[in-house]
Design a protein around this ligand. Structure first.
Ligand SMILES: Cc1ncc(COP(=O)(O)O)c(C=O)c1O
Length: 396
């Protein structure tokens, strides 16, 4: 029998996750009782704030909440996200037509692409990027058009070039800032330009705002919906995973353009019955009562960022501190550049017992970098940078 990745039409287009190699090595090292500091996957380690958990427990005891819920989300939860957008960004949204609850940002992204992208439709996004931004397009049989993004200004000028020169106009621009993995951040002027271009050329825009609240040093990430006229072409995807330490709960939102929201709602009405209702009820508490918790979560990441950057500097590996996300994106140290990000990540695991994500896993333009996720406490992060220091000193 053929292995699944050669046998099935869609699976053939999805290569195995590059990160699996590192995960396997990590599992083997841990099975051998070795203490690996895991800075690999962006999986928040903090507890969900207590009021949210308490509400979940209370709501789970009520049999009325055990039935199928509403695929597009219960009205009260949609109202609550709309209120948060008004309070935080001054953006007005219609809770019925311009807001839908999703099973995390991944569900929103994958199914929105499935709903609105057809065979051969070009979707432009920066590379490197979060893998679903590329493979969600491929699964929808669109054409994933990757533009390099050393920084947002370069991405924008390549996009303008593409509009000028290409005969195949993009159907969609898919972006995400603060960006995983590069940690690049933007301001409102960047979004203004994106919306202007998209409006002019009739292109849809999707902005994945998964790291909306993980901003440091006084920086506040803007919402694309703050731009006048954004709702005519754009949707924004917001997630509770990072802002409220709720990655396992699977709650997100798609907000903005009513046509795109209606398309997503239609697809989802065939695919799911909505998030388990007690989780939706608890999510109302997150949005209504836990803004202070979000600030604390962000402060935890900022502290870890500082410890990591400081430790890497001492190891002779200076890296720019990010203004947002829960990651540090580091160019490979000079003396290891030639071996590439995957081999270097393996080396880090073998010699320093530190797991990171190789840049190549985020697309060809991620080569030459590794990504650290800030998911270990300061003590463990220091342990990692001390081990990296010893490893790099040995290689000199
Ligand atoms: C850019 C980006 N979007 C979306 C997600 C996933 O979010 P969710 O947990 O809401 O599916 C992640 C998770 O790492 C991410 O980095």
């Amino acid at each position: 029998m053929q292995p699944a990745d050669q046998e099935f039409y869609r699976i053939k287009k999805l290569p195995p996750y590059v990160f699996a190699v590192i995960n396997e090595m990590k599992a083997k090292a841990r099975a051998a009782q070795l203490d690996v500091v895991d800075l690999g996957m962006g999986n928040p380690d903090g507890a969900t704030p207590r009021p949210i958990v308490s509400k979940l427990v209370e709501a789970a005891r009520n049999p009325r909440n055990h039935r199928y819920s509403a695929s597009r989300g219960i009205p009260q939860l949609r109202l609550e996200i709309v209120k948060r957008y008004k309070a935080n960004y001054g953006v007005t949204l219609d809770a019925d037509k311009e807001a839908i609850v999703t099973i995390g940002a991944k569900d929103a992204l994958a199914h929105l692409l499935f709903a609105v992208i057809g065979p051969g439709d070009a979707v432009v996004s920066p590379n490197p990027c979060y893998p679903i931004h590329q493979y969600g397009v491929i699964m929808a049989e669109g054409h994933a058009c990757m533009l390099p993004m050393p920084d947002p200004a370069t991405f924008l000028s390549s996009l303008e070039d593409l509009y000028r020169k290409s005969t195949r106009k993009p159907r969609m621009i898919l972006i995400s800032f603060p960006q995983n993995p590069t940690t690049q951040c933007v301001d409102l002027d960047f979004f203004r330009e994106i919306i202007r271009l998209a409006g002019h050329h009739g292109t849809m825009v999707v902005h994945d705002f998964a790291y909306a609240d993980l901003c440091f040093d006084g920086y506040t990430a803007p919402s694309i919906l703050q731009i006048d006229g954004a709702k005519e072409v754009a949707v924004e995807i917001f997630s509770l995973s990072k802002s409220y330490n709720m990655p396992g709960w699977r709650v997100g939102f798609c907000l903005g353009n009513p046509r795109m929201i209606a398309a997503l709602a239609r697809i989802k009405s065939y695919l799911d019955y909505g998030v388990f209702q007690p989780i939706q009820i608890a999510s109302i508490i997150a949005l209504r009562e836990c803004e202070a918790e979000t600030k604390k979560i962000c402060a935890v990441y900022q502290k870890r960022r500082d410890v990591l950057i400081d430790g890497l500097k001492r190891a002779g590996w200076p890296v720019e501190p990010p203004r947002g996300t829960m990651f540090v994106w580091a160019p490979l140290p000079e003396q290891h550049r030639a071996i590439g990000s995957l081999e270097f990540s393996k080396l880090l695991l073998e010699k320093a017992l530190v797991a990171v994500s190789p840049g190549i896993g985020f697309g060809p333009m991620g080569e030459g970098h590794v990504r650290f996720a800030l998911i270990e406490n300061p003590h463990r992060t220091r342990q990692a940078t001390s081990a990296i220091k010893r490893m790099l000193a040995g290689a000199r």
